[in-house]
Ligand binder design. Structure first.
Ligand code: 13P
Length: 257
């Protein structure tokens, strides 16, 4: 973390979990144990149908609500899809783009990720752009090439002033939902590389202002050492963000003075 130049953001990605009623229950439980998080922003990205319930439930708390996906067209015949404008109108601030589950299961590509990044930014949303290599790619030694391609493709055509609104999440596919976390050194190395990639594209001042999160089996036991890496500015948390007590422990790890 480096709070002098950029925000630390602890974000939950609920994926396809919790109903609207369970969302309310989570918020009530969280409210009791949530510390005053002076040093980090707290975000919960929820399934699209739960957004109104989440906005209501988290209203009195310093917890921002985000979405997990969007479609890049403004409106039209796209059955089942949700536009950036629709999310914005509900009061959403952040939207996850290009999560590896969407890349693997729903045909998301670097091209669609780029279109979604533009759609989010044009609507005034903050995209959280997910990048990350598979185990096979890591073993082949092409991690940095792949990350560079994913970052450059996602940001193609994004103006410098808009880049400040983007968050990048490094999520190695092999660490997601597996309990197998990247070591702080492995995660830190890639996050530093992501910042260097942005520096080449946009210059040092902008690069140092971008929040770069780590995601992949982050939990109360490993959060502090991951966040101690200079270029890891928060977490995108799946499983552990579904339990208020675990989520709070991770927030506490980021909220150290
Ligand atoms: P887990 O924390 O469950 O590994 O999920 C990480 C993730 O995919 C967050 O987007």
């Amino acid at each position: 973390m480096n709070r002098r130049y950029r925000k630390t953001i602890i974000a939950g990605n609920w994926k396809m979990n919790k109903t609207a009623s369970e969302t309310k229950q989570f918020a009530e439980e969280l409210k009791v144990i949530l510390p005053k998080a002076k040093w980090c922003d707290i975000l919960v990205c929820v399934p699209a149908v739960n957004i109104p319930a989440a906005i209501r439930a988290f209203k009195e708390m310093r917890v921002t609500v985000g979405a997990e996906n969007l479609f890049y067209e403004k409106s039209g015949a796209y059955t089942g899809e949700v536009s950036a404008e629709m999310l914005k109108d509900l009061g959403v601030k952040y939207v996850i783009v290009g999560h590896s589950e969407r890349r693997q299961l729903f045909g998301e590509t670097d091209i669609t990720v780029n279109k979604k990044v533009h759609a989010a930014l044009n609507a005034g949303l903050h995209p959280i752009i997910c990048v990350g290599e598979s185990l096979e790619q890591r073993e082949l030694g092409v991690t940095m090439d792949l990350i560079s391609l994913q970052v450059k493709s996602a940001l193609a055509g994004v103006a410098p002033d808009k880049l400040r609104k983007c968050v990048i999440a490094y999520e190695p596919v092999w660490a997601i939902g597996t309990g197998r976390t990247a070591t702080p050194e492995q995660a830190g190395e890639v996050c530093t590389f992501i910042r260097a990639t942005i520096r080449h594209l946009y210059g040092a001042r902008i690069a140092r202002s971008v929040t770069i999160q780590y995601g992949g089996s982050m939990n109360p036991g490993n959060a502090a050492e991951l966040l101690a890496q200079p270029d890891i500015d928060g977490g995108l948390i799946g499983g552990a963000a579904l339990k208020p007590d675990q989520f709070v422990e991770i927030i506490n790890a980021a909220n150290q003075e």
